[in-house]
Design a protein around this ligand. Sequence first.
Ligand SMILES: [Mg+2]
Length: 292
Amino acid sequence: MKMSGYKVLIVDDEKAVKQLLVELLSSKGHKCETASDGVEAIDKVAADKFDVVVTDIAMPNMDGIVLTMELSKSYHDLPIMVMTAFTNEYSAKEAVEAGASDFIGKPFSPEEFLLRFHKMMSVNEIIFLSKKDHLTGVFNRKKFVDELRREIERTVRYGQRLSIVMFDIDRFKDVNDNYGHQVGDYVLKEIARVTERNIRKIDIFARYGGEEFIILMPSTDIEGARSLAEKLRMKIEAHKFGQLSRITCSFGVSEYALNEDEENFIRRADVALYSAKNKGRNRVEILAPETV
Ligand SMILES: [Mg+2]
C-alpha cells in the first residue's frame, strides 16, 4: 500500500457532498469513484479494488452502518470512514462497532476532512505493515493465524473445504553457510515471488518461520492443494537463483478436519512436511484428516 494516490469510493445520496469530496480528494492526487447507497457501493467494491471507502450514514436502500458491517465482514483490511450527519455520540459509536476505522461529523471543513482522512490512512498503513514480513513483503505468521481462524469459521459455517500447504527450503543452512546471509535473504525473496505468481488471489500466503512458508487455500480439498504444491515444487526447482545451483523445497499438505483446532490443522501439514524431508526432500507429502 502507498501513502498517496489512493483509490477512494465515496458513498453518499447527496450529489453535492459527493462532488465536494471528489474535488477535494482529487486535488490531493487520489482517484475517486462514487456510489449513491450501500447496495451500489457493495457492487462497486466487489468489482474493483479500493484502498478506502468514505460513506454517509443516512441513505436509501442500504444505510452506511449496514454497509460498514457488510464490507468489514468480507474485506477486513479495507478502511472505512463514516460521515455522521449529526455529532451524535451514538451514531459514531455504532459506526465504529460496525467496523469503521474512523468517523467525522457533518458538516466539516475541507481541511478537517483531509486531516482526518490522511491520519486514518497513516494508521492503516502501520496496521498493514504490522501484518507483513519485512524481508519478503508477504504476510507474517500472526496475520496468517488470524486469517486461518476466520477461514476455519467460514469453512464450518458454509460446509466448505480448506487446505494448507506448508513448505520449507531444502538445506537452506548450507546456502547461508556457503554464500552468506545476503544470498540467503535473496533466495527467500525469490521464493516468495515465485510463489506469489503461482497462487490464486484468495489464497493467503505467509512466511511462517525462518525458511518456512505457508499457504492457506480456501475452498480447496487436499487433492487441489497437492496439485498446487506439486506445481510450485517444479517451478522452484526450475527457477534460476542467480549464480546458485538448484534450490528445492519440501512440501507438506493437510486439509481441515471438522472440529479440529488450528494448531492441529497446521501440525498435520508440518508432520507431512517432515515426512517429505525424510523421504529425500524436493517432494510433496500429504496427511489426510483420517490418518491422525
Ligand atoms: Mg444522506
